[in-house]
Structure formats: C-alpha cells, structure tokens
Design a protein around this ligand. Structure first.
Ligand code: TYD
Ligand code: MG
Length: 459
C-alpha cells in the first residue's frame, strides 16, 4: 500500500492519525487534529555527519562552564548562568513579559562584550528598538533580526560565533519544506530541532520563547519540552506587577528555584527581597488577614493571605480561592467546621493571596485557616505573627520542612511571633529559632480556634 500523502497531527500532544478525527485518541482533546503533509523535515535529509565515536564513562570532562547573564534572578533560576550549547525554553502567557526579560538579558550580556543575536518573529525591528529605548538599552550592542524563515536564520547563525541566540518566538518560525502553518506541531518541532542542532554544533546558548495556552501547556508542542535542556516558565497576574520565573525542568541545575521580578514602566526590575515587597501593602489589624512564612524553591518568602466571609444568597455557599487550590480550601473549611467547631453558617468564603502570587505548598494550610478563623470571628491575627503548618483531615497540624529558614526570614522582616506545628516547635531536635521570636506550637486546629475565642486580642 502506498504511504498516504497527508496525515493528521494532534496539535496538543503530537499524536499522528491516518484520518481526521473529532477527538484525539491519544490525549482525548477535541478538535485538535490538523492535516499536515507527511514531513520531509530536516530529519529526512541524508546524513553527512562523521561516524559516531565512543568514549569511556570515566574519562575526565571539565565542569559545565557558565556565563552569568548579569541578571541575578535569571541566573539563579538557570542554576548559575547560561551553559554553552544548551537550549532553554522560556514559556508564559502572551504579554507576561517574556520579550522584555530576554531583551534585558540579551542587552546585559552584550554590554559585557559577548556576541548576542536576537531574532524576532513577532515584532518588527522598529518595535524591538522602541522597547529597547524604553528600557534604556538602546546602546547595547545586541544584533537584531526580524525573520521567520528558519533556513535563512540557520544560515546566518552557522558561523556567527554567537554566545547567545534568542528566538522570539518558536511558534512564529517556519520551514518551507514542512507543509504546514507556523505554530503547528510539525513546524515548531522541526524548527526547534534544527535550531537545537545548530546550538549543539556551533556551541551557542539558545533561548526559545514559547507562548503557553490557557491550560498551562506550551501551545501545541509538548514535544518541545523533551527536546530542550531547561524549561523556564514566566508567571504572574497581568493586573499585578510581580512576575515569577520558575524552572520546571533543568538539566544543569535545580528545578525548584524561582526568580522574582517586578514589571515597572522601565522594564523588569529584579526583586532581591521579595518578602518586603509582598508585604508592603499590608494593613495591620484587619480581620481576615494572616502572614504565611513560605518556601519557594530554596528561598523563604513571606506572603499575605486574605479571607473574606460574606452571607450568600442561600443555596450552596461559594468557595473561591485566588492563588491557592480551591479544592484544598473546601477541604480545610470542612475540617474547620467538623473538627474545630468553627461555624461558617453557610457563608460564602473568598480567599486571596495578595500580590497575584500562587502558593502550592501544603504548609499554607495553617495560614489559610488562621485567615478564615480571623474573618469568621472578626478578630485580627496578631500583626507581628507568621503562620505555617499542614493540616490533616482530623484537624491535626502536621510538620513541614525548612522551619528554620521560615523563622529566620520572619525575624529578618521584624516579626516577633510564629504559629507553627507543635511537633516542630517542641520536637526531639531542638529548633534553632532566631532570638526574640516567640514560638506558638499548635497541635490541632482547635488550638488555633481557641486563640480567637479568648477575650481581647488573640496571643
Ligand atoms: P512583553 O515582553 O511584550 O510580553 P511577551 O513577550 O511575554 O508577550 O511584555 C508586554 C507587557 O509588558 C505589556 O503589557 C507592557 C508591559 N511592559 C511594561 O509594563 N513596562 C515595560 O517597560 C515594558 C517593555 C513592557
Ligand atoms: Mg513577546
């Protein structure tokens, strides 16, 4: 049987089907199959490469040399800087600031005397220049091109001697031989493959910008995530100024690091002390607010959590969480009612993490409970107290990791008390708590609720 001239490729997972289907059989997504010509991509070319030589596992090789970009927060997430011949994918929602971040990094590196090429497939040269002017980077010797034809770009990169090449974005790249539109799985995969091959052979660090879809996947090609050495996602709420850069994959470093930035009218500013900024707008003595001593990556971060109770219109009460998991909020409210005797009286509950940040640590259970109890009783939490601890289904407060780092950060920012799991406060191993920080060890949620029942301020 002759090979079919066309095939259908799922734009979500990359699965290939021989005929069109309304629903992808591999990933179950609807309406994602697109007709594409069976690719004669770069893979299909005849190999001109020399035969592969094998070496022993034990032989010496120098540690990965790294180039710091000069942007501390970016370097931290990369694991110390860019590794030559590595490929980094920077993903994020459109408009979140990916181009701004990379132009700033490119300019910093170029000013330090490295050769940096920036290829924009989305914006014209004039638009990029305009941004550079706005950022005060117009004098940086970054070499710019506005292009989408990958073969032409590849030819220019071949012997460029570049240190860093930025492709903004991979979804705009186009290879003529691949008969589908830019942004489709075939095009993105083939373009990334060709660029990666070049980065490995020419030794430049390659940064690919990729837009993400609503559900968090980088549009179309999941395949890209496997091909690259590191995946960084740039997150934040467009209505807020804070941006978090997170490594979700890193062959050359840890994946739990974050970089914190603030979007200003002159570009992204690095935030060296996130806690101070996140707490800057906090008003003391307001019921329903509590401060979380959290850990993001290896960094302690203090965040304000706010809860609001409102009498609903009857029926099922609403539970809305912004910056935290909604299911976990429902669970915690159920535990508060069933195990700690807190009555919410069918009120709607709204939870918000101030600053547009997202908490994913279970250690935030206790601070959420504190904010809710405070809102329910109308009694503010002590303004100088931080909270952390995980809550179990029977209402017990469970241990969490890195208590000392959390306490140290709290003390550094002038907090004088911490509510934490009793087993951490009075564990077998003495806790190295900072001087002047009072520890309130809680064993059960009812210990927390009891603090808000005392006459006067809770202590
Ligand atoms: P951009 O880097 O173009 O986003 P992406 O490449 O991820 O699509 O950032 C666009 C947003 O950032 C835009 O809404 C305007 C804002 N911005 C600032 O607030 N200050 C600045 O200095 C710049 C350059 C952009
Ligand atoms: Mg952009």
């Amino acid at each position: 049987m002759a090979r079919p001239a066309t095939r259908y490729v799922c734009q979500s997972c990359g699965a290939v089907a021989a005929r069109w289907l309304g629903r992808c059989e591999a990933c179950g997504e609807w309406n994602t199959l697109l007709e594409e010509a069976a690719a004669a991509g770069p893979q299909a070319r005849q190999s001109r490469a020399p035969p592969v030589g094998f070496v022993s596992l034990a032989s010496e090789s120098a540690p990965e040399p790294r180039t710091a970009t000069g942007m501390g927060e970016l370097d931290r997430v990369l694991g110390g800087g860019l590794v030559p011949a590595s490929v980094v994918l920077v993903g994020g929602d459109p408009g979140i600031g990916k181009s701004t971040l990379l132009l700033q990094a490119a300019a910093t590196l170029a000013r330090a005397g490295r050769r940096v090429l920036y290829v924009s497939g989305e914006e014209s040269i004039e638009q990029v220049r305009l941004r550079a002017r706005r950022l005060g980077l117009a004098d940086a010797p970054v070499e710019l091109a506005a292009a989408i034809d990958l073969n032409a770009i590849a030819a220019a990169l071949e012997r460029s001697g570049a240190h860093l090449v930025v492709i903004d974005s991979i979804q705009t790249m186009w290879i003529e031989a691949v008969e589908s539109a830019p942004g489709t799985v075939n095009q993105v995969r083939a373009s990334a493959f060709e660029l990666t091959r070049q980065a490995k052979s020419a030794g430049f660090a390659l940064v690919l910008v990729g837009h993400m879809t609503k559900d968090g996947a980088i549009a179309g090609p999941r395949v890209l995530e496997h091909m690259v050495d590191a995946v960084l996602t740039f997150e934040g709420d467009r209505g807020h100024q804070f941006r978090i850069l997170r490594a979700t994959k890193n062959r050359f470093g840890a994946t739990d690091e974050i970089g914190v930035f603030e979007m200003t009218d002159r570009g992204l500013a690095e935030v060296a002390n996130p806690s101070a900024i996140f707490l800057a707008e906090r008003r003391g003595n307001v019921a329903g607010s509590a401060v979380f001593a959290g850990i993001e990556g290896t960094r302690p971060v203090l965040l304000e959590v706010q809860a609001l109770l409102a009498q609903g219109a009857g029926g099922t009460p609403r539970r809305t969480a912004i910056g935290w998991d909604g299911g976990r909020l429902s669970m915690l409210l159920a535990v508060l009612e069933a195990r700690a005797g807190l009555s919410l009286g069918g009120a709607d509950v709204y939870l918000n993490v101030a600053g547009g940040l997202r908490i994913s640590e279970p250690a935030a259970d206790l601070v959420v409970a504190a904010a809710v109890v405070s809102a329910a009783t109308g009694m503010p939490t002590p303004a100088d107290m931080v909270f952390f601890g995980e809550v179990g289904l029977s209402g017990e407060i469970r241990q969490v990791a890195q208590a000392e780092a959390r306490l140290k950060e709290a003390a550094k920012l002038g907090f004088t008390a911490a509510a934490l799991p009793r087993r951490v406060a009075r564990g077998a191993r003495p806790l190295a708590a900072p001087e002047g920080l009072e520890l309130a060890g809680l064993g059960h949620l009812s210990d927390l609720v009891a603090r808000f029942r005392k006459p006067g301020r809770p202590s």
